[in-house]
Design a protein around this ligand. Structure first.
Ligand code: NDP
Length: 419
């Protein structure tokens, strides 16, 4: 079998890129038609939210050639930010040449909680709840019996005393769904029994987005020779990348930006696959603060022995392939098709890998050329488009803009007039 080449993919037109995908059997003709159409119909959008007026489009791009656990994937990315897809693709290329990504799914359970207050004797209440644990797990399953048929269902029940609250937690295997609605239903079903057993009252019963039972780890290494052809310079970059990763562990100001870079990738794939990005963001930022200080979600270490820079990321990723709005948006379905319709666990691994790739590219740029060098060209392109340049004018306007001392919209408009 001949090896599929991605060289020059970024230079192609959108039409040529689609041709490349269909001619290599990575995209069906039906899916190509969907990508060429308007995507989400207004009538469908009107069913998804309230007071709908229209739909909002965003670029739907592709970061090709991610090797994850020995398999090649092309990752769809929905993002409005220039340079994000280019950075991810660049990192994926170096990581593939150095052995690819490895991912590990630690677990895939959702957690729900019932917060009880006015519990007179928390120790007695806890014991009473514990005595009924099996029945309570059963009751939760009866609230959403279809998940049992799919191999999921409630798994464990435990509690913690926090301030005035006795909080009861339930973990649930929600299979291919994110599980918010099914867990919420289960938690509400448990309320009368928990109130009776504890003698207290329920303040609320809902899923938690702090998905500590859905952790996913991705690891990757990059050979030093890909950091620079000059060995000493490559070693210096590797040391600086390690230091940059340490900085994000000790300084929340840096950690927030470090993690923003990770989410440039994570959100783009979460959005493309129709997942709830607010849920993923909330859970991951809570996880970044798990030891009471907000820290970077990834780490990089310089391994002198193997002459590699090694990265690792762990994120809570309760990702779905079914439910929510996933089946409603045709472009989202194309994203799943492009990925080969992975399971929720497999998809979560790909999302973690993309976050790590994005983080590698950002740290590499920051500790070598600086972030602006790569950004300025894309910034010039955005300005050219904003100024109203036509497709055939963009390239020459960009090259003129890059020579200017002050690159702004006013300059872009002046130069465009001259063109
Ligand atoms: P749904 O309510 O859509 O439930 C999942 C659906 O997927 C069910 O209808 C289920 O069918 C179906 N399904 C088909 N195949 C499978 C399978 N293999 N495994 C599991 N389910 C399958 O979605 P969720 O309960 O997942 O909730 C997610 C939605 O809730 C998102 O839109 C999210 O934005 C929103 N939400 C989020 C909250 C939060 O994050 N805090 C709070 C409230 C809502 P069946 O019923 O037959 O099993």
């Amino acid at each position: 079998m001949t090896k599929l080449s991605w060289t020059g993919f970024s230079k192609k037109t959108p039409h040529e890129r689609l041709e490349h995908l269909t001619s290599n059997a990575l995209l069906s003709h039906e899916d190509k038609e969907i990508l060429n159409s308007k995507g989400l119909e207004l009538a469908t959008a009107n069913q998804m939210a309230e007071n709908v007026l229209s739909t909002l489009s965003l670029p739907f791009a592709l970061a090709p050639d991610f090797q994850v656990n020995g398999k090649d994937y092309q990752l769809p990315m929905v993002t409005e930010e220039p340079s994000v897809v280019a950075a991810a693709s660049y990192a994926a290329k170096l990581i593939k040449r150095s052995g690819g990504f490895k991912t590990e799914i630690h677990n895939r359970l959702m957690i729900g909680q019932v917060a009880l207050f006015d519990v007179a004797d928390k120790a007695t209440a806890s014991q009473a709840i514990l005595n009924q644990k099996a029945d309570l797990l059963d009751l939760a399953n009866q609230a959403h019996p279809s998940i049992l048929k799919r191999g999921g269902g409630s798994r464990d029940l435990w509690f913690e005393e926090k301030s005035d609250f006795l909080i009861v937690y339930l973990s649930v295997d929600t299979q291919e769904a994110m599980g918010a609605n099914m867990v919420n239903t289960m938690m509400e079903t448990l309320v009368p029994n928990l109130e009776e057993l504890s003698g207290g009252q329920s303040l609320m019963a809902i899923l938690s987005n702090y998905a500590t039972e859905s952790l996913v780890t991705a690891t990757a290494a990059v050979d030093l020779r890909y950091l620079s052809r000059n060995k000493e310079e490559a070693q210096l970059f590797a040391k600086k990348m390690e230091m940059a990763s340490q900085l994000a562990q000790v300084d929340p100001y840096r950690a927030a930006t470090h993690n923003k870079g990770i989410f440039n990738g994570v959100d783009a794939l979460v959005l493309a696959t129709g997942n709830d990005w607010r849920a993923i963001e909330a859970g991951a930022h809570a996880y970044a603060s798990r030891d009471d200080q907000y820290r970077g979600l990834s780490t990089w270490t310089y391994d002198k022995e193997s002459q590699q820079i090694k990265g690792e990321i762990t994120l809570p990723l309760p990702i779905a392939t079914k439910g929510g709005s996933i089946g409603l948006n045709p472009t989202v379905q194309v994203a799943h098709d492009l990925l080969g319709n992975p399971s929720a666990k497999e998809l979560a691994g790909l999302i973690a890998a993309l976050g790590l790739a994005q983080n590698f590219a950002a740290l590499k740029a920051l500790t070598s050329t600086g972030i602006q060098a790569g950004h300025m060209k894309l910034q010039a392109k955005s300005l050219a488009l904003l100024a109203g340049a036509k497709e055939d004018q963009v390239a020459s306007l960009v090259s003129q803009l890059l020579k200017e001392k002050h690159m702004n919209l006013e300059t872009a408009e002046k130069l465009l007039k001259k063109l």
